[in-house]
Write a protein that binds this ligand. Structure first.
Ligand code: PGA
Length: 293
């Protein structure tokens, strides 16, 4: 069975020596409100053979709630039929913080676990913008997910107006601090954070690789400040870039030293295109490992 995190032996050796840990990049496909259960099953059958032999990278598919059990079954079937080198995990796009109750329309963390999820996206800018999700709610969701063994992918990022007002760094600092409030060092170390500038999502505009790397460096610095004297926390947390990542621009982001993969919306909807992105991430990871970054 594929493990959730494939940490190369070299990384473990580095960690033992107290050297910077090699983080496994995560390519997560956020399907948003696209694909019915039958379309989702077809996607998985087309996608798995294309990425089966990739190494040094982890992949996650994050379909709508109603597709989760179908995708979980298709992933299990795919692994059983052919075996996969690469770990392909399942993630949801949101979660509620209560365990159960009269909360019409909401989905509890335990339900996601039982449906086969390992990951859950929390605080996506579309949830914050269109559904009024606050920093405090994001933090409650993160804690609930962790207490059920789900790995959060926490989204942070500034709007165009905030960027133009020169507030980008301040916004991501505030969102990161709020999302991680009250987490233990171990919980924080296992997180995935996605830096997604809102002005770059679904717009075809994207940050430059250097800019993404710079802001992600700031996020890592904030995590470090939250856990003084425990540098391993900031060194372990994986921080992705997201926002109009496509096969023709992905290498620019994935090659940056601070960028640990990507959260991909539109370009994850086509199995061939998403497989190409996963391939590019695996190549970037191999380059990083060679250069010891
Ligand atoms: P996009 O979406 O790749 O379509 O810009 C990214 C996201 O919203 O997670």
């Amino acid at each position: 069975m594929a493990t959730l995190l494939t940490v190369p032996a070299k990384a473990i050796r580095q960690e033992e020596k107290g050297v910077r840990r090699l983080r496994v990049p995560l390519l997560a496909g956020n399907w948003k409100m696209y694909k019915t259960p039958s379309q989702a099953a077809q996607y998985v059958s087309a996608f798995l053979p294309l990425i089966r032999t990739l190494t040094g990278v982890e992949v996650a598919l994050c379909p709508p709630f109603v597709d989760l059990t179908t995708v979980a079954a298709a992933l299990r079937r795919g692994r059983g039929e052919r075996g996969t080198e690469v770990s392909v995990a399942l993630g949801a796009q949101d979660v509620f913080w209560e365990d159960e109750g009269a909360f019409t329309g909401e989905v509890a963390p335990g339900m996601l676990v039982d449906a086969g999820c390992q990951y859950v996206i929390i605080g996506h800018s579309e949830r914050r913008q269109y559904f009024g999700e606050t920093d405090e709610q994001v933090n409650r969701k993160v804690k609930a997910a962790l207490s059920h063994g789900l790995r959060p992918i926490i989204c942070v990022g500034e709007s165009l107006a905030q960027r133009e007002a020169g507030q980008s760094d301040e916004v991501v600092r505030r969102q990161t601090r709020a999302a991680l409030a009250g987490l233990t060092p171990d919980q924080a170390a296992g997180l995935v954070i996605a830096y997604e500038p809102i002005w770059a999502i679904g717009t075809g505009r994207n940050a430059t690789g250097e800019e993404a790397n710079r802001v992600i460096g700031i996020i890592r610095q904030v995590v470090g400040e939250l856990y003084p004297g425990q540098p391993q926390v900031a060194q372990s947390v994986r921080i992705q870039y997201g926002g109009s990542v496509k096969p023709n621009n992905a290498a620019e982001f994935l090659g940056q030293p601070e960028v640990d993969g990507a959260l991909v919306g539109g370009a994850s909807l086509d199995p061939q295109g998403f497989a190409t992105l996963c391939q590019l991430a695996a190549e970037a990871a191999a380059d990083r490992a060679r250069s010891g970054q």
